[in-house]
Design a protein around this ligand. Sequence first.
Ligand SMILES: O=C(O)CCC(=O)C(=O)O
Length: 322
Amino acid sequence: MTFATPTPPIETQPIDRVALAALTPERFAAQYQRRGLPVIITDWLQPDWDWNLDYLCDQLGSHEFLLRYYGKERYQQDKRQWTSIGSGVKTHSKPFSEYAALLRSREAHEQDIYLAKCSIQNTPLAKTEAVQTICSQLSHLGLTQPASSLNLWVGPAGHVECLHYDPMDGTLIQLHGSKRVVLFPPSQTFNLYPYPFYAHLRYGLRLRSWFSRVYPDQPDFAAFPRLRQAMQHRYDVVLGPGELLYIPAGWWHEVTALGDEMACSLNRFWRVYPTPRAVFFWGRWRAYLGSLCAVPNVLVQVAVALLSSQRQQKIKEILQML
Ligand SMILES: O=C(O)CCC(=O)C(=O)O
C-alpha cells in the first residue's frame, strides 16, 4: 500500500504523570475520572518484582490461552480491506509454556502472535501477592466497580494493537517492557474514520466499529482528509514498567510494544463513573448498536460450531471473541 502524503509534524501534548502515593480516591475522581481525562500513575511495582518470561512460565506454564495470530502482512494492508480485527482474528489455544517458546524462538515476533486480553481469574497468577497488591492499590484509587476481570497481555516487541476505543473506562498496567500509546480524545471519533456500525451485519464481531481505519503513524490524508484535524489532538506517551495508564471510555488508543524482547501488561475495565459520562457518550451507544447488528451473524457461527466435530474448541473461540 502507498500513502499519498508524508507524515506531518505532530503536535504532542502532555498527559499528567502522578505518583500513586500522591493520589487519593477524591483527587483521582475530581481531576481525572469525573472529567474523563487520561493520566499515567507511577509506582505500581515493588522493586523485586519482574514479570519476565521465566516468572510467567512458573505461574502459568500449563494453563491454556487463546493466542491471536495476526500475521506479519496485516499492517502492510489498507485497513479498508480488513475483514477481521482485535479478538476477531484467527486464534489458537496453547499452553503458556508453548507460547513462551514461540517468543523465545522469535516466531511470535515474525508471525505477530499475541496473547491478548486473557482473563487470569482461574490461574495461579490471580492468587499471587503481586496481583493481590495491584488489586488493593486499584481500590485505594477508588476503582471498585470492575466491568471485567484482570486480563493479561503478553506479546512480542513490535506488536501494534491498532487504534480503537473501549466503551468502558480502562486501566492498563505495564509490568515488563515498555509500550508507546498514541491517544486521541473522544471528540475526534468522526475524524478517525471508525468502521461503520452496520459492518457488523456482514462481519459479525470479527470486525469492530470501535476500531479506526486510519494508521496514525502513516496518515493517508488523500483517503482520510479529516485525519488532519484529529492529528492536532494527538497525544503520545511511553508507559514503562510499573506505570498505569487510565484510559477513560471513548479515548482512542493505539498500543505498540517497544524494545526487542517482549512486553507484559495487565488491564481491567471499569464501569464508567459518574453515570452521565456513560449515558451522554455517543461512542458507547454506537458500539452497542454495532454489537446488536452482529447478533444474526454470531448466531449462525454458534450453529455452525455446534454442528462441527471440534465443537468445544469452536465455542471457546466464539466466547473469547465476545
Ligand atoms: O496493551 C495492549 O496491547 C492493548 C491494551 C488495550 O487496548 C487496553 O488496555 O485497552
